[in-house]
Design a protein around this ligand. Structure first.
Ligand SMILES: Cc1ncc(COP(=O)(O)O)c(C=O)c1O
Length: 394
């Protein structure tokens, strides 16, 4: 019978369940969770779904239910070319590939690029799901320094020179977990370093459209397309359950990513892709996005205002202009796991920041807070209760 000795070597890299263990308490009644990373269900365009489904069946008929090409449903690729152009990325529909969530391309990148022991450069902190995607392939992570403006280009350059990473994984806009955005000048510098050192950058951008203040910042992919894999997603602007993501990659990388996907799922759901195609092409996205922004902006403001009012002086936090998260840092030496226990006693949960670092011991005094799932009054009350817990650690 099955036993764990039978697991492949790569399976054993699939990581610990420490974070799942600590988040188990979320199901306890009365706990307000600021730990999540999900869009609010009210952000889904429910009132449009019947019309969209009908339109898909009318317009695409059996093609919406048939097998399709691995590269993706062509009407969606066409719609995306127009959408990306508005975001300063100019490319032909043929160069856009559809994936099962943007998570799908992260796994494929790991599969085609990582030989056990290869260096992968990541921000400190970085998106946990990317680490989960890459881990089975056995990489060696190298952390790059960040500050309130996200990745520090000089740190990236030093890491590239010292470790020659197979890829540099970045979330430059409204990062998960910090909410921070890399400003334009830094992006230009990052693009120039990628070109000068011939390094592959992964620009993961699921949050770019969720901007509540400030100005759009051009993606790095627009500055160095031959060195960047740009990953996008419908999860935060339409519905994550549809599992539709997309990417643009330098040609050779693209060819191998397509082959890798073919062996995994042949293609992404045709029906989901057709829905996404009509959501963009029919102007639904343009109409719906402002509603999502108007839903999240006051939630984010409620959280920032309450943090200003209640958090102890010894804590600092990010001031994101969009996205779904705020990142807080306690005094040096504070253990956010201990704070977590105290916060749970006060009926509030968050994610201790250590899980977003690849180096043991890093980020032990940090925490990630999510504001999309809870209403403003509850956010305020939860932040006040979290601040009460914090006062034991100042
Ligand atoms: C930075 C980042 N990348 C990728 C994903 C995966 O998104 P999806 O697979 O739903 O497109 C997420 C989800 O939270 C994320 O935060």
């Amino acid at each position: 019978m099955f036993n764990e000795q039978m697991l492949a070597e790569r399976t054993q890299h699939m990581g610990s369940s420490a974070i799942r263990e600590i988040l188990k308490v979320l199901s306890r009644p009365g706990i307000v969770s600021l730990a999540g990373g999900m869009p609010a269900p009210e952000a889904f365009p429910m009132e449009k779904m019947n019309a969209l489904c009908e339109l898909v069946l009318q317009k695409h008929g059996t093609a919406a239910l048939q097998y399709g090409t691995t590269e993706g449903f062509f009407p969606l690729k066409e719609a995306l070319a127009g959408y990306l152009k508005e975001n300063k990325i100019e490319t032909a529909p043929e160069n856009i590939n559809i994936t099962t969530g943007s998570q799908g391309v992260l796994d494929a990148l790991g599969k085609i690029l990582i030989t056990p022991g290869d260096a992968i450069a990541v921000e400190a902190p970085t998106y946990l799901g990317a680490l989960q995607a890459f881990n089975p392939y056995g990489p060696r992570y190298v952390q790059m320094e960040t500050d309130e403006d996200g990745l520090i280009p000089e740190s990236m350059e030093a890491v590239i020179k010292a470790h020659r990473p197979k890829m540099v994984y970045l979330v430059p806009t409204f990062q998960n977990p910090t909410g921070r955005t890399v400003p334009l000048e830094r992006r230009q510098r990052i693009a120039a370093i990628a070109q000068a050192t011939d390094t592959l950058i992964i620009e993961d951008d699921p949050y770019g459209q969720l901007r509540y203040r400030g100005e759009f910042v051009t993606p790095i992919a627009a500055m160095a397309p031959e060195h960047v894999v740009y990953c996008g997603s419908f999860s935060k602007v339409f519905a994550p359950g549809l599992r539709v993501g997309f990417y643009i990659a330098p040609q050779l990388v693209e060819e191998w990513l397509v082959r890798a996907k073919q062996g995994v799922d042949l293609h992404t759901s045709s029906f989901s892709q057709a829905l996404a195609a009509e959501f963009v092409a029919g102007g639904y996205l343009k109409e719906h996005l402002p509603k999502i922004i108007e839903l999240y902006r006051p939630k984010q403001e409620a959280m920032l205002t309450a943090m200003d009012e209640f958090f102890p002086q010894s804590f600092t936090w990010s001031q994101p202009e969009g996205g779904m998260f705020i990142w807080a840092e306690g005094p040096p030496g504070m253990d956010a796991l201990k704070l977590y226990d105290e916060a749970i006693n006060n009926q509030v949960a968050f994610v201790p920041g250590r899980y977003f670092y690849t180096e043991e011991g890093a980020g032990s005094n940090t925490l990630r807070l999510n504001f999309t799932m809870v209403d403003e009054a509850t956010i305020r009350a939860a932040i006040e209760r979290l601040a009460t817990a914090m006062k034991k650690f100042v």
